[in-house]
Design a protein around this ligand. Structure first.
Ligand code: NAD
Length: 495
């Protein structure tokens, strides 16, 4: 795809935005009639006022979801029908690529180029993959002897609440909704207040694809209102959450004071990237080290935000890394020549700049460190690298969620493993080495849901994604995602 700035600008001028909640098959204002503003963080301009849903809207959506679930129109239909609908939805997403990519970029600042070539195709692929899986999951028949027939089957859990963040709005929605819908559940999606637009367009496409009324609702709203009401609702059987560790812990609390709903959490991260001196292609490793932190403005839960380099190659490696940074120069997210987009909001920009100020006091600033392009009215931060970072400092320990890389060195394998594991998080980790035994040894010892060797942050629909420790529980993607959205049912028949 070779789209120009003028193509995207012209398309943006004619874009129509969905701003109301989608409940029981139709768009409607929030029950209390309130709205919230969504901004374009690349310009500071208002994009739209969007329905601010509250507990009353959650009640309506749950009632519609429950009706559809108990009625069986989706939950008990032939799985081959769910396959046809979900793969049709994948086709509709592909056909709407430019529009969805543009909505994503305008709403949260990411490069439209990335949204069009990565986010939107990935969301479509996830719907297609789970759609295809619908009619290929079978139950088990157990050898129970002559006198009995014992069967184990998977049943949908019922009504699923999906609460997602702003960094990959459409993709995160797909990661939750596709397997939950494929399993036969009714789903209520709450997008982040910073980025509601693609979720609302997805609702429309889902209806067009044939998802029955009530089976899929989208409730835009604020976290402490719509999000909390989903967490506390007795009519919701399961919540799948992606977001911060702080809010993830709240969902555990909501479940404990309501109906003990299942809570699956994909939370924060501070992934380590270990570069050993046995790495032959240091230039390739440097290219990936830069991508691992600067892609999507560093607003990636599994960003490799801690780089540990073996002492004897540190100087050479850091020089190569700094040579890669220029490719991530921020610019207009609609301009295919820009290297990085805008931060999602003023609030997030201020938070990241606060960490940069801390870094200036405790480490060496090797590049960046500034807010840039302020004349645009947008939220842009230069790609920033700190070296000599103390592993005990906040820069090394806390999730920054911005384009800020903390670099430190290690003497040997044991120290590398100790530094990497010294974190409250355990989402991803990367290892660079051409010593096969070392790669296996280190990968086994790392406390992380995913370890990428000689690449960074490898994510694929066929393999599970999720974390250990305070990065959360449960896994998105792969057939294992069905574990979250189904219950095992035993049927024992005495013959
Ligand atoms: P956030 O936790 O602030 O918000 C996530 C969602 O929770 C939003 O929809 C928000 O409206 C809602 N929410 C906020 N407060 C709430 C409350 N009190 N009760 C109920 N719901 C509430 O996270 P964010 O700022 O949108 O996203 C950034 C965070 O998400 C980072 O910590 C990042 O690591 C994490 N993240 C994790 C993954 C993963 O797969 N592990 C992926 C992407 C992002």
């Amino acid at each position: 795809m070779n789209r120009t700035l003028s193509h995207w600008t012209a398309l943006a001028a004619g874009l129509s935005l969905r701003t109301q909640a989608f409940v029981a098959g139709r768009f409607r204002p929030a029950c209390e009639g309130r709205t919230f503003a969504t901004l374009n963080p690349a310009t500071g301009e208002h994009l739209a006022y969007v329905a601010a849903c509250t507990a009353a809207d959650v009640d309506l959506a749950v009632a519609a979801a429950r009706r559809s679930f108990e009625g069986g129109v989706w939950s008990r239909c032939d799985p081959a029908e769910r396959r046809r609908v979900l793969t049709r939805l994948a086709d509709l997403i592909v056909a709407s690529t430019d529009e969805l990519a543009l909505l994503e970029s305008l709403d949260m600042g990411k490069l439209v180029r990335d949204a069009a070539t990565l986010d939107v195709p990935a969301a479509a692929e996830v719907f297609r993959w789970y759609g295809e899986a619908c009619d290929k999951l079978n139950g088990e028949v157990i050898r129970a002897g002559e006198g009995a027939l014992a069967m184990i089957d998977r049943e949908p859990v019922g009504v699923v609440g999906a609460v997602v963040p702003w960094n990959f709005p459409l993709k995160m929605a797909a990661w939750k909704c596709a397997p939950a819908l494929a399993a036969g559940n009714s789903v209520i999606l709450k997008p982040a207040e910073q980025s509601p637009l693609t979720a609302l367009r997805l609702a429309e496409l889902a209806a067009e694809a044939g998802i029955p009324d009530g089976v899929f609702s989208v409730l835009p709203g604020l976290g402490h209102e719509a999000g909390q009401a989903i967490g506390l609702h007795d009519g919701i059987d399961c919540v799948a959450f992606t977001g911060s560790t702080e809010v993830g812990k709240k969902f555990l609390g909501y479940a404990s004071v309501s109906n003990m709903k299942r809570v699956w959490l994909e939370c924060g991260g501070k992934s380590a990237n270990l570069v050993f001196s046995a790495t032959r292609d240091l230039d390739r490793a440097a290219t990936f080290a830069a991508q691992g932190i600067f892609f999507n403005q560093g607003e990636v839960c599994s960003a490799t935000s801690r780089l540990f380099v073996q002492q004897d190659i540190a100087e050479a490696f850091i020089a190569r890394l700094l040579a890669k940074v220029d490719a991530y120069r921020p610019g207009n997210p609609l301009d295919p020549a820009s290297g990085m987009g805008a931060m999602v909001s003023e609030e997030q920009t201020a938070r990241v700049m606060g960490f940069i100020a801390l870094g200036r006091e405790s480490a060496q600033l090797a590049c960046g460190g500034e807010r840039v392009l302020t004349e645009t009215g947008g939220c842009f931060i230069a790609p920033t690298v700190f070296t000599g970072v103390d592993p005990a400092s906040r820069l090394a320990r806390e999730e920054i969620f911005g384009p800020v890389l903390a670099v430190a060195t290690f003497a040997d394998e044991a120290e590398a493993i100790r530094l990497a594991n010294d974190s409250i998080y355990g989402l991803g980790a990367s290892v660079w080495t051409d010593d096969l035994s070392q790669a296996h040894r280190v990968a086994r010892r790392l406390h992380a849901g995913s370890v990428s060797v000689n690449t960074v942050d490898m994510v694929d629909v066929r393999t599970p994604f999720g974390g250990v420790k305070q990065s959360g529980s449960g896994r998105d993607l792969s057939l294992h995602a069905f574990d979250k959205y189904t219950d095992l049912k035993t049927t024992w028949i005495s013959l």
